[in-house]
Design a protein around this ligand. Structure first.
Ligand code: ATP
Length: 362
């Protein structure tokens, strides 16, 4: 029996609600697969915690997160609770920096019977991953930009060779893994290397790593063209790797392509740590109404189990991950889950119960 500890950070708004649903799903797959046991170590952090304590997260709790096998997070931040300088409460950014979570893995996949904003029937085939560099790029300037004489504002974009090499190697490994499951086996470098030296350097290092990974096809697009292609033919892409801000923007576009942010899971992965959370925020507009779509949360938990199975070389965790992926797919295919977010009639509780019943039947 493998025993695991997961640091659990429910956070704010719908974060707390979808994490509570997710715990039921994780417990159910654990009972079904057996051979592993998860201890959840709950950590209080986020905007509400800041309001109560004056701290967004405690230093000792950051250490607890680091000691856990993985971190599972709901959503953090509320529009009315900010730091005195007006910036948002975002403790997950601290965790990202502290644990070097450079690879933001954001799958974009369409599910059966979900509304497709694109009329082309091939939109059903959308299945790509945006790999977001998450520790530098333009975000390296967060809190450091300067405004001079109320006349000029400057922020600096930083690209380092070390992070690029780790990121691109991660991208090729991801494409290789996806290829085994029918993926195209292709990594596309997305940048603006025709204009900026930093992006040209990003592309240069990408080419170097591509030369070491020749079993995987490598292609390039400028970000403006990539935005066009993601509307014209998103089913043609596999793994798209890019700088932090470019990925921040294109991953919301990706969420939109498959119905909404409630469909967008995320894994933030470093060399030794992993944090998993839906890509959406705390959605205060629907918090407390039982309307949240938990799909992104469930898929993020499945990504966590998948990552843990590789990290710990423990196959039962991958079996548990597959069970969640299959239940989510079956929920949409059989119309047993039709979330409010996508125009359906199922609230969070009904949706969760349906997924639990499907897991029992699988
Ligand atoms: P943040 O900046 O913290 O990421 P945001 O401004 O992008 O937050 P979200 O909280 O992600 O905002 O919400 C954007 C919109 O999407 C809101 O209308 C919200 O209700 C909706 N939304 C987000 N996540 C979900 C979900 N899981 N289920 C249903 N609706 C959602």
């Amino acid at each position: 029996m493998k025993e695991l500890t997961i640091a659990l950070l429910p956070g704010d708004g719908i974060g707390k609600e979808i994490v509570s649903s997710c715990l039921k799903v994780l417990n159910r797959v654990q009972d079904k697969v057996g051979n592993f046991y998860i201890n959840f170590d709950e950590v209080h952090a986020g905007a509400e915690y800041y309001q109560r304590s004056g701290r967004e997260i405690d230093e000792s709790d950051i250490m607890r997160c680091g000691e856990a096998d993985a971190m599972l997070l709901g959503a953090m931040g509320l529009p009315d609770i900010n730091f005195p300088d007006g910036t948002e409460i975002a403790p997950h950014l601290k965790l990202r920096d502290k644990f070097g979570l450079f690879a933001g893995v954001r799958p974009v996949k369409s599910y059966p019977n979900t509304p497709q904003p694109l009329v082309d029937s091939r939109a059903r085939l959308i299945d790509f991953v945006i790999l977001r560099e998450s520790t530098e790029g333009l975000f390296a300037s967060r809190g450091k930009g300067k405004v001079t004489n109320d006349t000029i504002a400057e922020d600096t974009l930083v690209i380092t060779r070390d992070t690029c090499e780790k990121l691109f190697d991660f991208a090729f490994r991801l494409a290789r893994k996806r290829k085994k499951n029918g993926g195209r086996g292709e990594v596309t470098c997305v940048d603006k290397s025709n204009v900026f030296r930093s992006y040209a350097f990003f592309r240069k290092v990408f080419k170097e790593r591509a030369n070491l990974n020749k079993d995987i096809k490598s292609t390039f697009n400028y970000v403006d063209a990539q935005a066009l292609y993601l509307i014209q033919r998103p089913w043609d892409f596999d793994v798209l790797v890019m700088e932090n801000l470019l990925a921040d923007i294109l991953s919301d576009l990706g969420g939109g392509l498959v119905g909404g942010m409630g469909m967008a899971p995320c894994g933030e992965i470093g060399l030794s740590h992993g944090l998993f959370q839906p890509a959406h925020g705390s959605a205060p507009d629907i918090a407390g109404t039982d309307k949240a779509n938990p799909t992104a949360m469930f898929l993020s938990a499945a990504m966590m189990l998948d990552w843990l199975s590789e990290k710990l070389n423990y196959n039962d965790l991958e079996t548990a991950a597959r069970l969640i992926y299959a239940a989510v797919h079956e929920g949409f295919a059989s119309l047993k889950t039709q979330p409010n977010e996508l125009g359906g009639t199922h609230g969070l509780s009904e949706h969760t119960d349906a997924i639990l019943a499907i897991i029992d039947d699988l």
